[in-house]
Design a protein around this ligand. Structure first.
Ligand SMILES: *Cc1c(COP(=O)(O)O)cnc(C)c1O
Length: 375
């Protein structure tokens, strides 16, 4: 016998999350210089870190011997002030992935189920399965969430519905009207998680008034992150907004010091750095344009995206997306295969700075014009 034999079967059955390949790893594997590698694989902010966040962290290095504020008082105050809400409905997480896990831990258990869409963010099935609950995958519509199918997939034992808007990896967006209509149809005892990790990249007229919905729907949980538009992916900080009683429940299953002190300070500064957020969106808008033009030039189909990434169809009968991915790696460009998302012919590419986007597009063009064997 081995101790693993006694781990619950639903834990042993979890397929590991596949992260984007780190630059350092590719450098080691291919004998490349890190400076020559372009990573467009994890939807990171190509502008780096907000200068305000950087300054806040630099000033605090001497305090690292102390435990962080387990209640995140200052960050919650900053979030509340920014959004015009009460701090009682805020839950801080070690990234918003942590918050998604708290939701699963608080509401799911063996004998219950969670609903999410095909092609939706991989963390939803992962956190569901880790609790022993059953994951129900609703069919997608044009690679996006089909809310009617999701509503139909809800069972008596369903406790949580996960929706990513925009979705990762597909970049698809639901309208505010359709989301609101969906919330009206979901029984109030079922939690609806609306994951808005990419909300900052949306034009204002496409942003759902989701914070205002919280007052109407005590079963609604919004999740947001500092990893994408705020450029703090390495620090791990995100949050949930929810009904105060739900927030209280989530906080009970939270590690007391789940957000570290530098992350708390950086996020508090970053949320006030409106200039940086505006610059992130400008760079993303321009880079998205550049990618679309590039794909059109290469005659490649893509899924129109509202995030800071886009899925492009490179696989055909003659050539696999995996081979193109490998060929890009050999040339120092890291993108993301999405076969594990049921999209074997697509690659997901994060939007980078203009020169990195150009390098990716130019290498992709070279690879595609090579013979399939050589690619
Ligand atoms: C990137 C991403 C997150 C954010 O994860 P963090 O843990 O906050 O870094 C959450 N949801 C989706 C859909 C994402 O793509």
């Amino acid at each position: 016998m081995h101790p693993c034999d006694f781990a619950p079967a639903y834990v042993r059955a979890i397929a590991p999350y596949q992260p984007g390949k780190p630059i350092s790893e590719l450098a080691r594997e291919m004998g490349l210089r890190e400076a020559d590698i372009v990573k467009l694989a994890s939807n990171e902010n190509p502008l780096g870190v907000s200068p305000l966040a950087r300054a806040a962290m630099a000033a605090a290095l001497d305090q690292l011997a102390l435990y962080p504020d387990g209640n995140g008082y200052e960050l919650k105050r900053a979030i509340a002030a920014r959004l015009g809400i009460d701090t009682a409905g805020i839950v801080l997480g070690n990234g918003s992935n942590d918050v998604l896990e708290l939701v699963a831990r608080a509401f799911l258990a063996p004998g219950t189920s969670a609903v999410y869409s095909r092609h939706a963010f991989a963390v939803y099935p992962l956190v569901t399965q880790a609790t022993g609950a059953t994951g129900i995958e609703a069919a997608a519509l044009d690679f996006g969430h089909d809310l009617a199918a999701m509503r139909a997939a809800i069972r008596d034992d369903t406790r949580v519905v996960f929706i990513a808007n925009p979705n990762n990896p597909t970049g698809t967006l639901l309208t505010a009207e359709s989301l609101y209509a969906f919330l009206l149809t979901v029984p109030r005892q079922i939690v609806v998680v609306l994951d808005e990790a990419y909300g900052e990249f949306l034009d204002p007229d496409l942003q759902a008034p989701s914070v205002a919905w919280l007052a109407e729907f005590p079963n609604l949980i919004l999740t947001r992150t500092f990893s994408k538009a705020y450029g703090l992916a390495g620090l791990r900080v995100g949050y949930a907004l929810a009904d105060a009683a739900v927030a209280d429940l989530l906080n009970r299953v939270r590690q007391p010091f789940n957000v570290n002190s530098l992350a708390l300070l950086a996020a508090t500064a970053a949320i006030q750095d409106l200039e940086f957020i505006a610059a992130s969106k400008r760079v993303n808008d321009a880079g998205m344009e550049q990618m679309l033009r590039g794909f059109q030039h290469l005659g490649l189909a893509f899924i129109p995206s509202f995030g800071n990434f886009i899925c492009v169809k490179v696989g055909t009968e003659q050539r696999s997306a995996g081979a193109i991915f490998q060929a890009l790696l050999r040339r120092g460009v890291i993108v993301r295969p999405v076969g594990n998302y049921g999209m074997p012919d697509y690659l997901r590419v994060s939007i980078g700075l203009a020169d990195h986007n150009a390098r990716f597009l130019s290498l992709l063009g070279d690879i595609l014009s090579d013979s399939p064997e050589r690619a």
